[in-house]
Design a protein around this ligand. Structure first.
Ligand SMILES: [Mg+2]
Length: 238
């Protein structure tokens, strides 16, 4: 049974919930492609996203390791989009990961909303991704101290939407699952996973985003992280 507000804890997704991931990916990819002598055209960016998604799905099925994924996505990109390219996919991947870890573009109101919420409830960052990328960005954002725990799929070996990911998050917050609200922008991972864990869920809907009709709906929908204040206990002033 999903809980009711006020929630004593929040498990909050990182990419496109707190961080502008689309911009981070675009900028890091442009830098990595420059290393390969390639122009960052919209077509190559689109191909990268498609190939990268495919490798992450394969990773979630256990069909590829994280280390292989990092390199093979670039090998496939070059094979498809730049057959003459002689760049070493491993070197380009290293550069991409370095650059991505440095991209800290917070979404509007994210910093103030997270800082405020940390004074009301226990927060956990709950993200699918590479530890070196996500830890670097969290540190540089200055929001690290707001989170009591950080769950990164690449570190714990479980990825959203696996319900064990969310249950581990509640456990690490020292709360029962019914006391925690799971917040994120992706219906098929953030919301589906929270539901599978029997936890309450909150969809952060990007401008223009439409809920996919095949997915059971979230408990809450917000347009802006500041709305979480209304679902949390009153702020505690030390
Ligand atoms: Mg996200």
């Amino acid at each position: 049974m999903a809980g009711l507000p006020p929630f004593r804890g929040f498990l909050i997704d990182a990419d496109n919930t707190i961080f502008d991931y689309d911009r981070a990916e675009r900028e890091a990819l442009a830098g990595a492609l420059a290393k390969a002598g390639l122009e960052p055209t919209p077509a190559i960016h689109e191909a990268y996203r498609r190939i990268n998604d495919g490798f992450w799905r394969a990773f979630e099925r256990g069909a590829v390791t994280q280390d292989a994924l990092k390199v093979e996505r670039f090998r496939q990109l070059f094979a498809e989009e730049a057959p003459g390219c002689r760049a070493d996919p491993a070197a380009v991947s290293r550069r991409y990961v370095e650059l991505l870890a440095m991209q800290v573009h917070l979404l509007p109101h994210a910093a103030s909303a997270i800082t405020d919420l940390a004074g009301r409830a226990a927060l956990g960052l709950a993200t699918n991704g590479l530890p070196e990328v996500q830890r670097g960005r969290l540190e540089r954002s200055g929001l690290g101290p707001c989170f009591r725990t950080v769950l990164i799929s690449g570190e714990i070996g479980i990825a959203k939407p696996d319900p064990r990911f969310f249950l581990l998050g509640a456990e690490r917050l020292g709360l029962s699952p019914s006391e925690v609200l799971c917040v994120g922008d992706v219906p098929a991972t953030d919301i589906r996973g929270a539901r599978a864990a029997g936890m309450a869920s909150c969809w952060l809907a990007a401008p223009g985003a439409v809920w996919p009709p095949e997915e059971p709906g979230p408990d809450y929908t917000i347009r802006d992280l500041r709305a979480l204040a209304a679902l949390s206990p009153p702020r505690v002033f030390p």
